[in-house]
Ligand binder design. Structure first.
Ligand SMILES: [Zn+2]
Length: 477
């Protein structure tokens, strides 16, 4: 193992120690370190406590072949000042947090990366996940573990989802259907269990190997809820891990199949499973979308060819964050406006979306990248849609204040309405080629570029369908 140290000067001066495996390809020593950080520091204290009680460093403590060129900077007393008892105690868990007994340890990584790393260890071929939290908060589409689940399925690793009795029945139909799709596409096994293993209000997942299990607990129900914040301890919740040579006895559980999960949401008359139906040039995306919907709801076809114009369109989507998603929505609503014979600026549009979260791209450059916080999203969306819809209104709220459902509502001048729900929203599709987008230009120039750019559209993952639910056209009573 090797290491280096460099100062990072930001708001405050701090030192970053970088450790790396010296063996080609990595020997796994560094990866194993976070789990035994306290032991490593305790051993370091032993080494620093020199048997010759030297002034700074000698051959009985810090001087070795590896450190011979650092002799001038080595000082065991300074190191001992840092690795004091208080520092080491800070790494230990208080007794009240030793949920899994004396071997419990604080998890220093995010749960997402800790689980991913443990699943890479040889012999880790099974993961058990205990899903809890309020059924209405479940968000299978944006579950941050989703990509990992698909990857483990491809690697033939078994993932078992456990839910406590009553949870599945309480799920809204859309979530239940999304769970069914995920169970199928990621080859998951789903179990309805009387109760979770202890501590049942904290356990979140277990990696199972022949040599035992590694299990984690989180003291937060939202961290056990499938969604974008699964495993998150950002609210200050504690995450604790424990390696246990005994895999434990699981309480009795009943297997639940994907078909038992599928049901039509209330108000919907059809559910359309789309995979490649909307593939093709972005110009024509809207037409292909409505062709699929009218095939399922013939009354809509009759309505669009009738004489009544649309009066209000509304769309709710927490994650309308990229120029690509914006353009896809734009094609869909502009087409229905034209198909219904509604004049430009005759129909209102109410768009609701969530505040942008910290972007994964520090400087976005592509059509599918998100606008940055404080960027031009609202201005560009306003200019793009405002040309066709009047008045156009965009409301931006905190994410947790918006419903999960991505809902498009059409309302005609005679009061008739129709609802369409998209389980993935427009994030289901991507461009066939990575496409540039001029984030640095003014909102007006961005709007011009966004409206005119041409590209092909295809699903991000063509093994997984997106489901569109459509209601009947409801006449005003
Ligand atoms: Zn010494």
């Amino acid at each position: 193992m090797g290491g280096g140290r460099y100062p990072r000067i930001g708001e405050q001066v701090l030192y970053v120690i970088v450790l790396y495996d010296t063996a080609a390809g990595g020997a796994g020593y560094v990866a194993a370190l976070p789990a035994s950080l306290r032991k490593v520091f305790e051993r370091a204290r032993e080494i620093l406590t020199c048997p010759r009680n030297c002034d700074a460093a000698c051959h009985a403590c810090l001087l070795s072949y590896d450190t011979q060129h650092q002799m001038d900077v080595l000082d065991r007393h300074k190191a001992l000042e840092v690795l004091n008892g208080r520092f080491l105690d800070g790494l230990a868990l208080p007794a009240s947090a030793q949920w899994f007994g004396p071997d419990s340890q604080a998890e220093h990584e995010t749960l997402l990366s800790a689980v991913n790393r443990e699943m890479q260890v040889r012999g880790s071929d099974r993961l058990r996940i205990y899903l809890a939290g309020a059924a209405a908060e479940w968000d299978l589409i944006d579950w941050n573990l989703r990509d990992s689940l698909l990857r483990w399925a491809a690697e033939h690793k078994q993932v078992d989802l456990y839910v406590e009795r009553g949870t599945v029945a309480a799920l809204p139909a859309e979530s239940s259907n999304s769970l069914a799709s995920l169970v199928e596409v990621a080859s998951l096994s789903l179990y309805d269990t009387e109760r979770f293993p202890e501590p049942r209000d904290r356990i979140v997942c277990e990696v199972v190997r022949a040599s035992g299990v590694v299990r984690w607990g989180v003291e937060s129900d939202s961290a056990r809820t499938p969604g974008a914040e699964w495993g998150s301890t950002e609210d200050g919740a504690r995450c604790v891990r424990c390696a246990d040579p005994f895999s434990g006895v699981l309480p009795p559980a009943k297997s639940v199949s994907a078909s038992e999960l599928r049901r039509l949401p209330s108000g919907a008359v059809v559910s359309l499973e789309l995979i490649d139906e909307l593939n093709g040039d972005i110009v024509g995306f809207g037409e292909r979308f409505w062709t699929c919907i009218t095939a399922g709801v013939p009354a809509l076809d009759a309505r669009l060819s009738g004489k009544t114009p649309l009066s209000v369109v509304s769309y709710n989507d927490r994650y309308l964050a990229s120029p690509l998603d914006t353009r896809l929505l734009f094609e869909v609503v502009r087409h229905v406006l034209a198909a219904s014979g509604t004049s430009d600026k005759y129909c209102a549009f109410e768009l609701t979306t969530a505040q942008l979260s910290a972007s994964q791209f520090s400087s976005p450059t592509r059509l599918h990248h998100d606008w940055q916080e404080g960027g031009d999203r609202v201005d560009v969306i306003h200019e793009l849609f405002g040309e066709h819809f009047q008045p156009f209104q965009i409301t931006v709220e905190a994410k947790h204040q918006l419903p999960h459902a991505r809902k498009l509502v059409l309302e005609w001048a005679d009061g008739a309405t129709m609802q369409i729900r998209l389980d993935h929203g427009f994030g289901y599709w991507r461009t066939t080629w990575s496409k540039q987008y001029p984030f640095a230009l003014s909102p007006t120039r961005q709007t011009i570029a966004l409206r005119s750019t041409r590209f092909g559209v295809e699903p991000r993952n063509n093994q997984c369908a997106t489901i569109v639910y459509a209601s009947q056209v409801l006449q005003k009573e």
